[in-house]
Design a protein around this ligand. Structure first.
Ligand SMILES: NC(=O)C[C@H](N)C(=O)O
Length: 333
């Protein structure tokens, strides 16, 4: 067994499908359950679990400040030496963003484990209770220490960098196409983890309430610079290009990138492809032209996590060169 019975796990509840029920007046599924209800559905827990309700939202509604307040909740929970680890129940849509931000800021060896559900709490066979049991076991597990933030879902454990939601509705909702699984937690509480990867040094927590804007702009056959220009007009200080293939766009987008970078905007090239690194090879508007125009290739980071990292770095007030260095380092395969 991977758990210990001294101390407690702190459960930070934020909403998501694990806390959702059908609302007949809205004719839709909505986050409704408090953390205590979510925990009760998981049954008897060893070790003890303290519940903190942070918010009750579908994760598709979260703002960057909401994500930061989850990170603050984690820090607060870890102030007590009695805390063995932290579980965050969270909607799956944007778990890869909040989990990645928590991982970037995590400066404690104790585990932070994100989990949620694909089926609502009032469905016939909800998956949330088993996921939560796995998360509590992992959060209390000495083997999970020193690994930053993790996701546990359908018995599988993932480190955050590169992990994303890969299924809209199947129970096995998450994958890490480049790095694979970090291990497993069985239904009987057996934790098995592979070797712990090296972790970059933690970032300081960015201030909340910052007005930094970071957008994602796609490239596709026939794309022009209209959306890119709209992001700049809206005040974006950072833009993630969701490019094609290895990270390619076209001549018009490259020209727009060159001008934006000259004005101090940080542009990161990511890709719509699900696996493999982004790097500059092709000219005439491809990834090499983008790099020559000043865009920073995201390595293994996909748009969701590249955007999270860029937002955090810009909110910290780092100058563009330092932002670029961090993106290269943290995206490196
Ligand atoms: N399965 C889920 O949790 C999806 C939900 N819509 C959310 O992200 O909050």
């Amino acid at each position: 067994m991977g758990s210990t019975t001294t101390g407690q796990v702190v459960l930070l509840a934020t909403g998501g499908t694990i806390a959702s029920r059908n609302d007949s007046s809205a004719g839709a599924t909505l986050a409704a359950d408090a953390g205590s209800t979510v925990l009760a559905a998981a049954g008897q827990n060893v070790p003890a679990v303290e519940v903190v309700d942070l918010m009750q939202k579908g994760s598709y509604l979260l703002t960057f400040d909401d994500m930061l307040s989850v990170c603050t909740g984690i820090r607060t929970a870890l102030e007590s030496p009695e805390t063995l680890g932290v579980v965050v129940t969270h909607g799956t849509d944007t778990m890869e963003e909040t989990g990645y931000l928590a991982d970037l800021l995590h400066d404690d060896s104790r585990p932070v484990v994100f989990t949620g559900a694909q089926r609502a709490a009032d469905s016939q066979e909800p998956d949330g209770p088993a996921n939560l049991r796995g998360a509590i076991t992992l959060a209390a597990s000495p083997e999970a220490r020193g690994r930053g933030a993790l996701i546990v879902f359908d018995g599988e454990v993932f480190a955050l960098p590169g992990t994303r939601k890969t299924e809209t509705s199947r129970l096995h909702a998450f994958g890490n196409p480049d790095r694979g699984s970090a291990g497993s937690v069985s239904s009987t509480g057996v934790v098995e983890l592979g070797p712990a990867p090296e972790r970059p040094s933690p970032l300081p927590p960015p201030p909340s309430g910052s007005s930094v804007r970071v957008d994602i702009v796609p490239s596709y056959p026939g794309a022009d610079a209209t959306l890119f220009a709209a992001a700049l007009d809206a005040g974006a200080r950072g833009i993630v290009l969701e490019a094609t293939g290895l990270g390619n766009a076209n001549a018009e987008l490259c020209d727009a990138v060159r001008a934006a970078v000259r004005d101090g905007v940080v542009v990161v090239t990511s890709t719509r492809v699900h696996a493999g690194p982004v790097y500059g090879v092709y000219g005439a508007g491809g990834g090499k032209t983008l790099e020559d125009a000043g865009a920073v290739p995201s390595g293994l980071l996909r748009p969701s996590q590249a955007r999270t990292l860029l937002h955090a770095l810009l909110a910290l007030g780092l100058p563009p060169d330092d932002v670029a260095r961090h993106v290269r380092e943290r995206g490196r395969p």
